[in-house]
Design a protein around this ligand. Structure first.
Ligand code: CDM
Ligand code: ATP
Length: 277
């Protein structure tokens, strides 16, 4: 059998409403999730014992042992493989690097072996179900309730991560209000990207406040994004610290990413198309 490859794109929470908390401490969410046009790359090959190599520009600090979600995903379906993870996404950044890697690994291994996709992938992480089919979706429950969305306009964006890693449990713990309004049900139909961005402006990421309290530099990132020409909206993704700026033109997004990378050498900045077909 030959190698099978799968892309693990960055996951962006364009909205993230925390609507309650379960008795086990997990939070109920209502989130509009889209995917970037870049991410990590997984390659799997048949092997009798699982092995993982992590390569690429963002490999530093990523676990290469059983803690890596890629190996946890292989163990979940009881498949052994020689796996290469080419890491391009910053870790612990709120853009689902590990979750998207786990989901891509499952896709590649199921494809390579014919093993069925497991029904319960939530055990790998709350973001793994939405990453299984990386397309625009509404994510509810604690992450297990995923509804694919048609008609979500593509957006030009810049992703920016300052040099701070935030741990997801601590950010959820910092919430002062856990019962907040959900998005409308059903979601509106957006005529175009401008209408979509206007509606997004009225939505929230409820984790943004606690994340800024833990890492005040996140507020600086949001201000810096809003300062770039053509930026229509700036918000944090997931539990941070990555923030996104939305633009109506690809050229504005590219110029903003270039300017931020130049002005703020420690910041990771990347222009992308979200939900590109
Ligand atoms: C913040 C998001 O990225 C939004 O998409 C996800 O909800 C987090 O997804 P994830 O990193 O895959 O999360 P997990 O690894 O399952 O959980 C990490 C920790 O985040 C908290 N957590 C996570 C998901 C959720 N719905 N409620 C929570 O309270 C819990 O303290 C949990 O122990
Ligand atoms: N394949 C992986 N890539 C990156 N980190 C991983 C991976 N597997 C396990 N980890 C561990 O998981 C931690 C969280 O990294 P990850 O990139 O998944 O977080 P995240 O971007 O905050 O995800 P989310 O948006 O789902 O909350 C890292 O600190 C790292 O130790």
């Amino acid at each position: 059998m030959t190698a099978v490859k799968a892309h693990a794109p960055a996951k962006i929470n364009l909205t993230l409403h925390v609507t309650g908390r379960r008795s086990d401490g997990y939070h109920l969410l209502d989130s509009l999730v889209v995917f970037a046009d870049f991410g990590d790359l997984i390659t799997v090959r048949p092997a009798t014992v699982s092995r993982l190599a992590v390569t690429g520009p963002m490999a530093a600090g990523v676990p290469v042992d059983a803690d890596n979600l890629v190996l946890k995903a292989a163990a979940l379906i009881d498949v052994t493989a020689d796996i290469t993870l080419e890491k391009h996404l910053p870790a612990a950044a709120g853009i689902g690097g590990g979750s998207s890697d786990a989901a891509a690994t499952l896709r590649a291994l199921c494809d390579m072996t014919g093993v069925a996709m497991p029904r319960d992938v939530l055990v790998l992480g709350a973001d793994v179900p939405v990453c299984l089919a990386p397309r625009a979706a509404r994510m509810r429950g604690i992450g297990e309730d995923v509804t694919p969305l048609a008609g979500v306009p593509s957006l030009y964006a810049v992703l920016v991560k300052p040099p701070v890693a935030v741990a997801t449990p601590g950010i959820f713990a910092g919430l002062t209000q856990r019962e907040n309004p959900a998005m409308s049900d059903p979601l509106p139909v957006w005529a175009d990207a401008a209408a979509f961005m206007c509606w997004l402006g009225e939505q929230r990421n409820d984790l943004q406040g606690p994340a800024i309290a833990a890492g005040p530099i996140i507020a600086e990132v949001l201000e810096a994004l809003l300062d770039t020409p053509g930026c229509q909206l700036a918000r944090m993704s997931g539990s941070g610290a990555t923030c996104f700026g939305l633009y109506d033109r690809a050229e504005s997004a590219a110029a903003a990413a270039g300017r931020l990378a130049q002005d703020r050498p420690g910041w990771w900045a990347k222009a992308t198309r979200l939900n590109a077909a």
